[in-house]
Write a protein that binds this ligand. Structure first.
Ligand code: TNX
Length: 527
């Protein structure tokens, strides 16, 4: 497969030695671009393509889905380039200066999300086996253009690309980020911005931690008090908030447009104070606790012996599943310290079939592996090797979110103001330098569905603070999920990461300027 790829673009490798300045103008060496996540294969053909104002995006006739992807690309490019790219359905290969998106029917190796990006002197062509691959390829194209492309107003620039070809597909199928909207609530616009951030680095899952002791954040029509009462505060006593069902559907739609799956989490049987405060019938003594605005964990539990609890869960799972096209439903299951172990196991064993009855695949934090897992259950490793191993013994797949590596709410170092440090501090290199497939003895690549980086928000109150903890670590998690381990080297990565700086700045991303990353270009340092 690779041989035909190299043949197809007719490479002239020997010439590469002569052309190796990354700041050369016009750009001619595609291999000198800093793409994150690092692609599988990049070949240069040493020419230059120019995207002009007259360009158009072409897609094959007859596919609304490809038209929509074309529009996504056009919207990304139009504001900054001053182009008025339109999307044209066509049966023919377009003429000079344009972009073509198309699907290939005979390249299974590309899978769900792989793509080929061929930049010729006359045409940029992204092809993929499935539509999601085109959207991933578009992210690569974005990164090849000058950082100004990220602006939403007109930039004075020529939009030049080095010619060549990239062939690329991910290491893991599940590459996610989690956002805790329960400890502090974040509105629709913030979540959309977060979705755009993860899309840029080819992540494909947004896990929303929708409920916890401090708040219930999504409208459930059959249990209205969950939000009428349970959403009215948050950590520190602010006003909280929640998504109406219309808003939740809008988030799902926005994510879907970027081929990102939303995974809703309703944490249970612990982490349920907001639900218990809203419906005292869910507690064993029938008394409603006060709403909670602190940051302790492990004090609340649904009453696992009451039938009404399972009716409640059935209703919640039904309403949320109806609005969630993705295959997963996350039942939490972590830190249920006030549920007796036998009750916990009984509870998890009863809840899993409810999830399945609404056509969803169960995900839970690693503690759920102490119960009897249903077929196809997925266990999210965060703390205990022993739990993850129990999951694997039961044939479950694992999502790797080791707290000491992948928790974006951990401080970078002892001077970081935001965040916690119970799992240690996580500098940008520590966040990057690990391999999901060798982290836990007995859990290999074949057991792993993918990687997810959670952001818990006990200490985080607004988007600037989210970005301070998330950037730049999330960029590394995206690469861990996408790129093969043997292609990932910190010394190479840190240079590519530094080159994202301009993009962060154009996008107004409040990133942490880690001293371990050479953010400044050599010539800037001299000044
Ligand atoms: C542990 S990780 C939790 C969360 C906290 C987080 C803070 C997990 C499954 N549970 O409830 O927010 O630590 O880092």
């Amino acid at each position: 497969m690779k041989v035909s790829f190299f043949n197809k673009i007719g490479l002239v490798l020997i010439l590469l030695v002569a052309f190796n300045s990354c700041s050369s103008y016009p750009p001619t060496d595609l291999t000198k671009n800093s793409i994150i996540p690092k692609p599988v294969a990049v070949v240069a053909t040493l020419g230059t393509f120019e995207l002009t104002k007259d360009a158009a995006v072409y897609v094959p006739e007859g596919s609304d889905e490809l038209m929509q992807i074309g529009n996504y690309l056009a919207t990304l490019l139009n504001g900054s380039t001053g182009s008025n790219l339109t999307v044209q359905p066509t049966p023919n290969i377009p003429l000079k200066g344009n972009i073509l998106l198309s699907l290939v029917s005979d390249d299974n190796e590309l899978g769900e999300e792989g793509y080929e990006l061929i930049i010729g002197n006359d045409l940029v062509h992204i092809s993929a086996f499935q539509p999601a691959g085109l959207v991933r390829g578009i992210q690569t194209l974005r990164q090849l253009l000058p950082a100004g492309v990220e602006a939403d107003n007109l930039q004075e620039s020529r939009w030049l690309l080095a010619t060549g070809a990239i062939r690329d597909f991910p290491e893991y199928a599940y590459r996610g980020a989690m956002l805790d909207v329960a400890r502090h609530f974040f509105g629709v616009e913030d979540v959309k911005r977060y979705i755009d951030h993860i899309a840029m680095y080819k992540m494909n899952v947004l896990h929303l931690h929708l409920t916890d002791d401090q708040g219930w954040r999504v409208e459930i029509k059959s249990w209205p008090n969950l939000t009428i009462h349970g959403a009215t505060t948050q950590v520190g006593g602010g006003q909280g908030g929640f998504y109406t069902q219309e808003e939740y559907k809008e988030l799902v739609r926005y994510a879907q447009e970027r081929y990102i799956t939303i995974v809703p989490e309703v944490d249970m049987p612990g982490h349920t104070n907001a639900a218990l405060a809203s419906y005292p019938a869910l507690t064993c003594d029938g008394r409603a606790p006060e709403l909670y605005t602190g940051t302790s964990v492990g004090f609340s539990t649904l009453c696992t012996s009451k039938e009404v609890v399972y009716q409640f869960i059935d209703d919640v799972v039904r309403e949320l599943s109806e609005m969630t096209p993705g295959p997963y439903f996350h039942i939490g299951g972590d830190e249920s310290h006030s549920t007796k172990e036998a009750d916990y196991i009984y509870f998890v064993n009863r809840v899993q079939p409810i999830i399945e009855s609404y056509g969803k695949r169960v995900i839970g934090w690693d503690e759920i592996a102490n119960a009897t897992l249903v077929d196809n259950a997925v266990v999210q490793y965060w703390a205990k090797d022993e739990n993850a191993l129990k999951a694997v013994e039961q044939g479950a797949k694992v999502i790797m979110s080791p707290a000491s590596r992948a928790y974006m709410d951990m401080k970078y170092d002892s001077t970081t103001v935001l965040g916690l440090s119970w799992a240690g501090t996580i500098e940008v290199d520590h966040a990057y330098n690990w391999d999901p497939a060798t982290l836990v003895d007995g859990i290999g690549r074949e057991n792993i569905l993918g990687v997810e980086a959670p952001l818990w928000t006990e200490t985080v109150t607004n988007m600037d603070e989210i970005e301070q903890l998330v950037f730049p670590r999330i960029v590394g998690y995206a690469e861990i999920g996408w790129s093969r381990p043997e292609m990932r080297k910190w010394d190479d990565y840190k240079v590519r990461l530094a080159q994202q700086r301009e993009r962060f700045e154009v996008l107004g991303i409040n990133y942490y300027p880690s001293p371990l990353v050479p953010w400044h270009k050599e010539d800037e340092k001299v000044k």
